[in-house]
Write a new protein. Structure first.
Length: 279
């Protein structure tokens, strides 16, 4: 079991025994693709996460647990995932337009509308931290997986608020507020995650940290600087009003964010990624 990625690499040291069926396209530029569609702070986080899946055991059939608007699945994988579930109509309607899943179901993670041992892989990208009662959801992921199948997930770590700029002035008051606006119910350590996964029956194969202090502060500022994106979304249903490679603002953002996107994995980070296997 490997507890973290190498700090000298953008990728974790974990090497799955099962090759992924969803290998990313050669020279896939996740950062630029995300910047064309999302506010910059979300684009940075999702781009870093998407790159991990190049080396992860994503095998069909695949359930996207918390599929949201389908944006992540559309960018991270080379073809539609088998199924996606989400409890909200609005994002699901967007996901239908993206066609990043063969089947979409309106459902809660604690009551998945699938038979036992249906899937070979369950992907849950930046979703589990938003669920107050998490143990039933992890148990459901275990139930719908086939023996030998994988749960791949990421979430904020116990260090998520450690390096926030606002916390240097307002302390824990700001940390609690920032987690509240981010709708975080769980910011847990690898130790907590291993215990939670083991309780459900999983074997944890790897957990690594990602998202450095600099990346976290960049994300923090984006919550304030992203107001124009929010206005654009409300008025035109688009986070980015001019999604073009010729957009000078996007080009400036790309130049500013790329050094963070290309950072080596930190020894300790604001987020963590987990790979768990059903025996």
């Amino acid at each position: 079991m490997k507890s973290s990625g190498s700090p000298s690499s953008c990728f974790p040291t974990y090497h799955p025994s099962v090759e992924s069926e969803y290998i990313a396209r050669p020279a896939r530029d996740y950062l630029w693709n995300q910047l064309l569609e999302l506010p910059y702070f979300r684009a940075l986080l999702r781009a870093i996460e998407a790159r991990f899946y190049e080396r992860l055991p994503v095998r069909e059939p695949v359930l996207d647990l918390g599929s949201g608007d389908g944006s992540f699945a559309a960018h991270a994988f080379t073809r539609p995932l088998t199924a996606g579930i989400d409890p909200w109509w609005g994002p699901m309607l967007e996901a239908r337009r993206r066609a990043a899943h063969h089947v979409l179901a309106l459902a809660a993670g604690a009551a998945l509308p699938f038979a036992d041992a249906t899937f070979q892989t369950v992907v849950s990208n930046s979703v589990l931290e938003h669920i107050p009662d998490l143990d039933p959801v992890v148990a459901e992921a275990f139930r719908v997986l086939r023996p030998g199948g994988y749960l791949l997930f990421c979430a904020p770590s116990e260090h998520f608020t450690d390096w926030l700029l606002g916390a240097s002035v307002l302390g824990d008051l700001y940390r609690r507020w920032f987690n509240r606006i981010a709708r975080h119910h769980h910011c847990d350590s690898p130790t907590v995650w291993r215990a939670r996964l083991a309780q459900a029956g999983f074997e944890t194969e790897a957990i690594w940290y990602y998202f450095s202090p600099r990346a976290l502060r960049t994300l923090e500022l984006g919550h304030y600087l992203g107001l124009p994106n929010l206005i654009s979304k409300k008025l035109f249903d688009k986070w980015v009003l001019f999604p073009s490679r010729h957009n000078p603002l996007l080009r400036l953002l790309d130049a500013a964010l790329r050094p963070i996107y290309d950072e080596p994995l930190p020894a300790v980070g604001a987020c963590l990624f987990g790979v768990a296997r059903k025996p």
